[in-house]
Design a protein around this ligand. Structure first.
Ligand SMILES: [Zn+2]
Length: 343
């Protein structure tokens, strides 16, 4: 699965390059440099949303999951499972904790009324529903779900929310902003994390061949991989020499094989969301069963039963299809038939 992900993403680099060229066009820079990728893609639009409104939007977005799911999710809001607002002395961030096996999950948020807060609320609610159903269905020893599937239910909810918002928003600029943040997310989660995963894989291969792992050797390897991903030789993005040292500050590289799970969680939940949104009741049923399966099987088998086989190319293919659809929509909104050079 690991090498399939790396190979698959390499096959889809032209889709990534399409994104980079779109970014260059939107930023109006004559030459796209690696550091340009850290500037916002679209001027941020102030999509504000009070919590009551967010609850309504999220509940509508999650409608495809059926009445029982909706009833439980409503309890999270009405029965005080959520500490919603920032407060004196309260920690930052957001999480859901499903550890109280025979009570219900608890959520901590710092809701500030922005679109990102609504999306975080939908994300944490995904964790909560996963824990709720697993705790309810499984005996204690198999109730908690493994890391590999931990971010599936949460990012699944984000996907449903963004789909619902795009169907409701009529104005061009908030739409463009939402589509832009979707693309940023997929760039950071699928392409960048797989780029990291490939680097990690090659380090281990070098070690297996007894090749020395010096700073220089790692820098050269990192630069080669980064230039391949960002299309340096194809004139897509200029990856300057200093980027060779970027690996040194990524903490994950000092442990082994973690980052690929960001990419696989994303493609798994994208594929599952595509199937549920296509309106197949069997797909929804399988997904709900997965939410109740906790850690009762190996992660790959849990996902297979949910309707997505991570040992095939399908999840990545579906994710790439969606990414291209998003770029089609953005190009339409941006208007004109201005050239997408080299496509
Ligand atoms: Zn999460």
């Amino acid at each position: 699965m690991y090498t399939r992900l790396v190979d698959g993403v390499n096959t889809h680099l032209p889709t990534f390059h399409r994104y980079l060229r779109l970014r260059q066009r939107m930023m109006k820079v004559p030459e796209l440099h690696y550091y340009d990728l850290y500037a916002p893609l679209v001027a941020s639009v102030d999509l504000t949303c009070p919590a009551e409104e967010a609850q309504k939007q999220i509940m509508t977005a999650l409608k495809p999951l059926g009445a029982d799911y909706a009833a439980v999710a409503t309890r999270a809001f009405t029965e005080r499972w959520i500490d919603l607002y920032p407060n004196d002395g309260k920690r930052a961030g957001a999480y859901s904790n499903g550890g109280a096996y025979d009570v219900h999950p608890y959520m901590l948020l710092n809701y500030n009324g922005k679109y990102a807060d609504m999306s975080t609320l939908a994300h944490e609610l995904g964790h909560t529903m996963h824990s709720y159903y697993s705790n309810k269905t499984q005996p204690f020893p198999t109730a908690s779900y493994p890391i590999f599937v931990a971010e599936v239910a949460s990012t699944f909810n984000e996907a449903l929310l963004i789909d619902h918002m795009l169907n409701t928003i009529v104005d061009d600029s908030p739409k463009l902003s939402l589509l832009g943040s979707y693309l940023e997310n997929i760039k950071g989660t699928v392409f960048r994390q797989t780029q990291f995963a490939e680097f990690e894989l090659r380090i281990h291969e070098m070690a297996e061949k007894s090749q020395p792992l010096t700073g220089d050797a790692l820098g050269k390897l990192y630069a080669d991989i980064t230039r391949k991903y960002y299309g340096h030789d194809k004139g897509v993005t200029v990856v300057d020499d200093y980027v060779a040292h970027e690996w040194a500050f990524v903490p994950h590289f000092y442990r082994n094989f973690y980052v690929f799970q960001y990419a696989t969680s994303f493609t798994a939940s994208s594929a599952l969301a595509e199937k549920v949104l296509a309106g197949d009741p069997a797909a929804t049923e399988r997904y709900l069963t997965f939410l109740g399966a906790g850690g009762s099987a190996y992660p790959i088998d849990l996902l297979k039963a949910a309707g997505v086989d991570m040992t095939t190319d399908e999840p990545l293919e579906l994710t790439m299809k969606k990414m291209n659809r998003v770029m089609d929509q953005m190009e339409k909104l941006l208007g004109g038939t201005s050239a997408r050079p080299g496509r």
